[in-house]
Design a protein around this ligand. Structure first.
Ligand code: ADP
Ligand code: MG
Length: 221
């Protein structure tokens, strides 16, 4: 079953009077439970596509259909509600808040999407344990290694039990052992049923995916 569809997506950026056409007609169906890898050279439009698919940004034209909803009709607050409730995100630079410890970083987005805050610490502790950080709940980002920071980010991304996890070059700042561990974590989550959309240009990871699409100058190659 298709969980997310992109239909004829175009995205342009205007800088002054110059318009850069970045996505030039992308059609894509993401199937529930699949591990989809998006690859392509730097500047080809991978991040732009990921942001449009995940409702972090709007396409210039075209439709993003999540489950049965055409998100074109969504207001900005519906976009953010949908992201908080149904999507998880992992970015290259971890995007942790430095003034919050690991547990607090994980539970912060849950506060916006959950009514019962009494369970928050339990849920946060459990997901951090699942990523191997059960003993580092109180550590601040500055007290964690790069690999550990990215584990916190993965824990945060899955704490809301999302329908889709989006990861944009999550290993770009890690050494190869730490990178492999993060990718293994994402593949494990996918095996347990989570739909994962992963942007990477590492050959060894693209080979493991259910499906790989290559973006070349704004179109699917
Ligand atoms: P990739 O992730 O494949 O490296 P991006 O999607 O980040 O590529 O960027 C694709 C192109 O869009 C690049 O040429 C980049 O300079 C341009 N671009 C991305 N974001 C913006 C923006 N906010 N404003 C203007 N141009 C942008
Ligand atoms: Mg990118």
């Amino acid at each position: 079953m298709t969980i997310l569809s992109a239909k004829n997506i175009h995205k342009s950026y205007k800088t002054g009077s110059v318009e850069a056409k970045v996505l030039k007609g992308i059609d894509l169906d993401i199937k529930e439970g699949e591990m989809l890898v998006i690859t392509g050279r730097s500047g080809s439009g991978k991040s732009t596509l990921l942001y449009v698919l995940s409702l972090l940004d709007r396409p210039t034209s075209g439709d993003i259909i999540f489950e049965t909803c055409n998100t074109k009709k969504f207001s900005e607050s519906m976009d953010s509600f949908c992201r908080l409730k149904h999507f998880g995100f992992v970015f290259q630079d971890y995007a942790l808040l430095p003034e919050l410890n690991a547990l607090e970083n994980v539970i912060l987005p849950l506060m916006a999407s959950m009514d019962n805050w009494e369970e928050l610490n339990d849920i946060g502790g459990k997901v951090l344990e699942q990523v191997g950080l059960g003993d580092k709940l109180s550590n601040y980002p500055s007290q964690l290694s790069g690999g550990e920071k990215q584990r916190v980010a993965v824990a945060r991304a899955v704490a809301n039990n999302p329908k889709i996890l989006f990861a944009d070059e999550p290993t770009a700042n890690l050494d190869s052992k730490r990178a492999d561990e993060i990718i293994d974590l994402l593949f494990d989550l996918n095996k347990k049923g989570l739909t994962v959309v992963l942007v990477t240009h590492e050959k060894k990871y693209t080979e493991r995916a259910d499906r790989v699409i290559e973006i070349d100058d704004g179109v699917i190659a």
